[in-house]
Design a protein around this ligand. Sequence first.
Ligand code: TYD
Ligand code: MG
Length: 481
Amino acid sequence: MAKNTLSFVCQNCGAAYNRWQGKCESCGEWNTLAEEDTAGSVPVSIRSKRKGRTFALESLAGKSPDAPRLSSGMTELDRVTGGGFVRGSVLLVGGDPGIGKSTLLTQATSMMARAGHRIVYISGEEAVAQVRLRAERLGLSDAPVQLAAETSVEDIVSTLSEGAVPRLIVIDSIQTMWTDTVESAPGTVTQVRASAQALIRFAKKTGAAIILVGHVTKDGQIAGPRVVEHMVDAVLSFEGEGSQQFRILRAVKNRFGPTDEIGVFEMTGLGLREVTNPSELFLSERDLGTPGTAVFAGIEGTRPVLVELQALVAPTSLGTPRRAVVGWDQSRLSMVLAVLEAHCGVKLSGHDVYLNVAGGLRINEPAADMAAAAALVSSLVNAQLPTDAVYFGEISLSGVIRPVAQTPARLKEAVKLGFKRAVLPESARGEASGDAGLTLNAVGSLTTLVAEIAARGSRRGEQNAPAEKNATPARFRRGEG
Ligand code: TYD
Ligand code: MG
């Protein structure tokens, strides 16, 4: 082949260029271009000028064998996939190195193998002995998972084509796989893409489900599984704060299920433990008795989740005050701050503002507006909010508190966890009737909420304090004193 086939491929998005340049014009990332030999990046069979075969076209109403799902034996995992792994589908599990992807998949595959399915686990990163060691630690050594440490896609496909079709194949990880059909080095975008293509073709042909593991690094050092995301049926992301034990599995894309469900796990010395009641976990470390915290009654997918929002509003000498937020939308925070300034006379331009969602959860709901505003004002006026209250409601630009979906589910969860009051939108009061044991505080506008919290600030230390202590649900009374 005389033709020069070297080109520069963006390791983030896969765009190819003839010359090197500092910035990828396609995705805007800097320093992501690497030289790759793209000869044969198109498989030989496609390059040849053969005449296409004809195939039958079918109607939408035709009967196809329904998509039977394979349950993973882990409720939290099944919740995110939409009820199990679909036959012939390919799923990408992404996450930072060390977050627990291999642990999760070792546990799930063992469970399925024990249920009598043929399950294959191909590790390209660890030796067989290392995988065994992990299984031993997890107490899963007896599970009949078929194991191999291999990286050649051709070898893997030929091996798996023999015997019964496996029900599920785990490829850990896609970055370590390489195929003969392309000439660039393993780990490059071209290799990752070609390897994924070959495996996807195998899944569609045989009906085996495949899970690809992909590392995502923040600086895009390893050829990103970004390019693979478009090719697979579902993308799950496994997230967590390094310092905390919680792990959250979230569907980013799912052709066969919902994308708003989360699965919650806790990393323990004996592997991942499923957390079936996340609210208890997220509220277990509450700092009671400090101003600036409010409990938000949220919904994740179909499940209500209570979580604590923590705010700190502190005077600053900086010309441009800091606005830092973890676990929530930065622009949403800016909007809440703007409404507080414009409609409620709360001046924050001389203050740094920090907002944090406890437990490493990431909230996307606008329903968190009111809890965020309550936490912010509580910190500003240094007045503790009632520890037995939950907050939810969307704030409009005019300062009106708007209703949000699923009010009854939010209230039910609050009752279940021992809360006594709910601060909710005025217009949602009708929906909320009948929740025994919950005092409802319906708020029509943000001005009302701010006035109520400010009044607590001025009354603080007087008759209010003892009553409050008794009102705290017993299980959260830790740390008071
Ligand atoms: P691992 O599944 O290897 O991560 P990934 O495949 O995403 O790179 O998990 C690695 C971390 O998990 C490691 O820091 C050790 C920890 N771990 C536990 O805390 N308990 C356990 O039982 C296991 C197997 C791992
Ligand atoms: Mg791993």
